[in-house]
Design a protein around this ligand. Structure first.
Ligand code: IFM
Length: 777
């Protein structure tokens, strides 16, 4: 049997796997992951397989397994597993015959269903499994199985289902077992505690079963509490088992009594209310919440290939499933809540790739994500001090905001030496500090959020610049300040000097902070005083002013190429054709180790090109074009963060067909045919990249030097694109066809201004721009 993905539906809301193959469970476990930002769960099958990776995470509940490991999101006890014995035979799709297998995620309401007919010996059953994590009640989830007997005789069924705490993160057990118990004869509860962070969990589950000749038995095993149900199904009849579950933890913000006793009582009383409702009415409640998400700035793509429309929905679905919008002490992991990859840690992926989606369409969520960085200032100070600097040096990988740096020090074994490779990012991948500042500035430009600016945003912008003041190194011989020994976005180059992206973004951060401090000193005296007391601006700003003009910014060669770093352009060039064509990533490392790659002009992901995109106002089109043509062939796109940047930049450069090819590759990172693409979890940043490709790339929306610009360019296969965003408190709707662009905002709000081809345009209500000619009001 083979398994393959199918996206060919009429309504563009469904993703489906056809056929079952236990070698490829990881694909749909991750890309069909369920969640609501509070929790997220891989969509593992109900019956168990050795190849499965069964994970459920609760955002923010980090724990350190032992002192040799870094803190990570623990894999919490599992609820979804159901072991079934039919006439004493285990239900397993690895035996017998399976017909009409499909596993489907409905992006519209977050419901996962799995359907098939299973025949083994004289047993023939039709099974339909459904489940969802509620968007309406963030602690709750439900599942259901309908079993129809297609055999000639009645079948005896045993189902074991409950809460299974024998889960680990690839072997690391994060919980002490805690108490277990059955309340009122039907509510199973398990109360594990994380071993180091001491977070209490209360997990509750209960079942409802419609079946004949039913008997039941509770089973309390080691780290398990399970119900065993025994019943019969006559030919051509069915049995239905429904399950409800909930998770509460002692760090839940809204819970008044967070003692284990308090959480247990709360969970049981809420479960009693939830139990009254049918599976479908609980699903409906959840669907209504999803509707609110879908109705906020929907995107419509009229493309020859319907997968384009599906892709933007897929991206938005996951962006909401994985984002802990409910709690500003939490942020988005590089794999969301869909896998153990990157341990639930937050990277620059948030500010540069995902935050723009929220800033432009759900500013309140963007604010929460940036508040996390504000709460992370303590951790950033700690990191700066440990490294002998001052100010806020943001950690490359972040977990609980005050933890500081949590990047692991050792990674996979080197293919040549067999020794674990040192992960240098936590020490020297320092552009994250200006990336956070960039995210704050973009949020302020787009929302104009005064309260955030004055209470948090300005402080981040100034404190990050203060870090750079101490980080810059004076080069006496050259009489400039430089940034040596770093890793830029291209992680294939370690210990390099003057990475263009790092230097330019640090320069921007410093420059912006100087202007800001001067403005505040003049016009917001009280605020300036407060910030001065905290950050010692009266010493730092003059120091920054002295250093700024001498910060080294790599200048273009006579061929117009901005050197990625001091030595990149002197390195050997390798033809990457075969590696670029390979399935999956990192095929280069079948032939070379990192040390060797370090010595060649091979770039993992957009580096100089990302700089040209984010700071587009600084560079001429011709220079961008030359650099695009120079660097792209040398880029493996081994990081999922790369393709969207290339798609947007090439669209800006008028290479629209090439851009669309990047777009296609980018949407296929998770949604493609390659069945091993997502085993460690979905690629969160690339999902933010999908939104950016559509709205920034083809919609042409951008903030340039603090001003809104809209300059669309549709791929030739797209007839129409509609989308919306919030700008300075106004809700903007944009409709683009081949001929015109119509920009609309509600009449009674403030006028907004945007730039189109160097023309300043004011929108009172609606404006139509003929894309090739003049403008109609
Ligand atoms: O942040 C990225 C990095 O740029 C490339 N490696 C993976 C990280 C997490 O997504």
């Amino acid at each position: 049997m083979t398994a393959k993905m199918n996206y060919d539906f009429k309504d563009d809301w469904l993703i489906e796997q056809l056929g079952f193959d236990s070698r490829y469970l990881g694909k749909t476990e991750a890309i069909m992951a369920l969640g609501n930002g509070y929790m997220g769960s891989r969509s593992s099958e109900e019956e168990s397989y050795t190849t499965e990776k069964r994970d459920t995470f609760v955002a923010g509940t980090f724990n350190q397994f032992d002192e040799n490991e870094v803190t990570e999101l623990p894999n919490v006890p599992d609820f979804w597993k159901m072991e079934m014995l039919i006439n004493g035979e285990h239900l397993s799709l690895e035996k017998g015959e399976v017909e009409s297998y499909s596993k489907t995620l409905n992006l519209k309401n977050g419901e996962l269903t799995r359907k098939f007919i299973w025949s083994y010996k004289d047993i023939k059953l039709e099974l339909l499994f459904s489940r969802f994590v509620s968007m309406a009640r963030k602690h709750y989830f439900s599942s259901k199985v309908e079993i129809k007997n297609l055999s000639k005789e009645k079948v005896n069924v045993q189902i074991r289902s409950g809460i299974d705490g024998q889960m680990t993160n690839s072997g690391s057990q994060h919980f002490t077992e805690g108490e277990k118990g059955l309340v009122d004869g039907k509510y199973m509860q398990m109360m594990p505690q994380t071993s180091q962070s001491k977070i209490d969990f209360v997990l509750t589950a209960t079942h409802q079963l419609k079946a004949e000749h039913l008997s039941e038995r509770i089973e309390m095993g080691r780290r398990q509490i399970l119900m065993n149900y025994f019943f019969e199904i006559a030919p051509n009849t069915q049995a239905i088992l429904e399950k409800r579950g909930s998770i509460y933890t002692s760090i839940d913000k809204e819970v008044k009594d967070s003692s284990v006793k308090g959480l247990r009582e709360l969970a049981v009383s809420e479960m009693k209310a939830v139990e009254e409702k049918s599976f479908s009415s609980l699903l409906k409640e959840s669907e209504e919440k999803w509707q609110e998400i879908w109705q906020k700035h929907p995107i419509e793509i009229h493309s020859e290939d319907r997968k384009d429309q599906l892709a933007i929905r897929f991206a938005k679905y996951h962006l909401h499933v994985m984002t802990p919008a409910h709690d500003e002490r939490m942020n988005i992991g590089a794999k969301g809540l869909s896998g153990e990859g990157y341990k639930g840690h937050t990277f620059w992926d948030t500010e540069i790739f995902m935050l723009p989606y929220f800033t432009f369409t759900h500013p309140e969520i963007a604010k929460s994500l940036l508040t996390y960085r504000y709460l992370g200032l303590d951790g950033a100070h700690k990191k700066a001090q440990e490294n002998g600097y001052i100010g806020a040096q943001y950690p490359w990988e972040a977990a609980w905001p005050t933890d500081g740096e949590v990047t692991p020090v050792w990674g996979a074994a080197d293919i040549i030496t067999g020794q674990a490779t040192k992960i240098w990012s936590g020490f020297i991948e320092q552009h994250i500090t200006s990336d956070v500042a960039f995210g704050v500035k973009q949020y302020l430009d787009v929302t104009g959020d005064r309260a955030f600016k004055e209470e948090k945003g300005y402080e981040i912008l100034l404190d990050t610049a203060k870090f750079w003041a101490s980080r810059l190194e004076y080069n006496k011989e050259k009489d400039y300040y430089e940034i040596k020994d770093v890793i830029g976005p291209d992680e294939y180059k370690e210990h390099i000097h003057n990475n263009a992206y790092t230097n330019y973004t640090a320069h921007w951060n410093v420059n912006f902070a100087i202007q800001l401090a001067k403005k505040l000193a003049k016009s917001h005296v009280e605020l300036y005083k407060k910030l001065d007391e905290k950050l010692d601006l009266s010493t730092i700003i003059p120091e920054l002013e002295k250093k700024l003009p001498k910060i080294f910014l790599p200048t273009p060669t006579k061929e117009g190429i901005i050197p990625q770093d001091d030595t990149y352009l002197e390195k050997k060039i390798l033809d990457l054709t075969k590696y670029k064509a390979a399935d999956g990533v990192d095929s280069l490392f079948h032939d070379y180790n990192l040390e060797q790659v370090n010595e060649m002009q091979i770039t993992k992901q957009a580096d100089v090109l990302l700089l040209l995109l984010l700071f587009e106002g600084l560079f001429e089109k011709e220079l961008k074009l030359k650099n695009f043509e120079y660097y792209e062939p040398k880029t493996t796109h081994d990081s999922s963060l790369s393709l969207s940047t290339h798609a947007i930049l090439s669209a800006d450069l008028g290479k629209i067909e090439e851009s669309y090819e990047f777009f296609k590759k980018a949407i296929n990172i998770d949604m493609g045919e390659y069945m091993k693409s997502s085993d460690d979890g979905i690629h969160a940043a690339s999902l933010g990249g999908i939104w950016q490709m559509v709205v920034f790339g083809y919609g042409g929306v951008r903030m340039v030097n603090g001003r809104l610009r809209i300059e669309p360019h549709l791929p030739s296969t797209w007839d129409k694109l509609t989308f919306g965003f919030d700008y300075l408190g106004e809700s903007i709707h944009v409709e683009i066809s081949k001929e015109e662009m119509v920009v609309t905002k509600k009449e009674n709000g403030n006028n907004i201004t945007f730039w189109y081809k160097n023309q300043e345009i004011t929108v009172k209500n609606t404006i139509t721009i003929l894309l090739k000619e003049e403008t109609k009001q």
